[in-house]
Design a binder for this molecule. Sequence first.
Ligand SMILES: [Zn+2]
Ligand SMILES: [Zn+2]
Length: 393
Amino acid sequence: MTPGRPVPPPLGKPLLPIDETDVVPSPTLAAAYGTPTLAAAYGATSADSGLVPLTVARRAPKEDDVEIEIDFCGLCHSDVHATRGEWGAQSYPLVPGHEIVGRVRKVGSAVDDFAPGDLVGVGCLVDSCRECGSCLEGLEQYCERGNVGTYGVKDGRNGDAVTQGGYSTSVVVDRRFVLRVPEGLDPAAVAPLLCAGITTYSPLRYFDVEEGDVVGVVGLGGLGHMAVKIAKAMGAHVVVFTTSDAKIEAATELGADQVILSKDPEAMEGANRTIDVIIDTVAAPHDLNPYFRTLRLDGALFQLGLPSTDMPPVSPGALIRRRLAYAGSLIGGIAETQEMLDFCAEHGVVSDIEMVTARQLNAAYDRMVAGDVKYRFVLDTKTLQTPSEKADV
Ligand SMILES: [Zn+2]
Ligand SMILES: [Zn+2]
């Protein structure tokens, strides 16, 4: 553990700024690069439509593009919020999905680092400005001009078309945002690493967790179960906090060294000053002050869940008396995501998953909202229908 400001992860592949000539205005896209490919997909046509079969037009690959045949796509809670319009106005039709694993089908003329047949992944980002301070540091998720998310975001370099995600048979992404998936891991179980995995890896890495550190994990869902596995692989002693007796055994099975029922004040008191860093994955409003009391001097609590309503206030005294940091963290940059995939391959870490077919997507969403999943659903894209002759989006 390195208290204070740890060193950011090294950049794997520098993201060179692009010049204006790379920006292709919309009406000329097809003329310049050929006809789009139609892909079968599932998505929402309105906030209350549920998920229905759709056909998406994927642009013909430009010089720097990689066309990917998608095999698997993880289901993230963000997908539910976005398709149901719970995070503000949304452009429909909307195909969600940002935990994409598949094989390269075609590459653009300037792509020399990927070839057809390569196993690759795409996470939450498909572009960013590539020239602000954050982007140049490999922190594209914090792009000062706003990152381009994998779905539901206007893509400035592609005629402002709204990005469409991975519940689909194919996708076209700039090579700078394509990740190499190590062979040897179950590719379906790798998919959730691209959001849930990197979201928990990044703060653990930022805090420089190493052998012997004590890591607390609050909440044992999609994010929490990845936090346990990754922290264990980093050599940490892992303490899971849960509100549910039913999850004690599950946490232990995942490798937790200790499980604390957070509703038991005595158990919480017993954990006083025992933990170095807490990864809090709970998205519902909850009181953080009892968790601060479990942290040692110079400890930190990273909040990863985004509640839709206010949280109970944090007591400044709790932070001041132990020089604690209360921090947030958003997914991870591209170089760090690649580092995470390589780390997971080295340590045999993947997500625990349940495969779903396209027709089971709506039921899977309901189960996710009810917290009834162990721990991530993954869509098998072979179950998508063939695309229709005309694109819906
Ligand atoms: Zn996600
Ligand atoms: Zn930027």
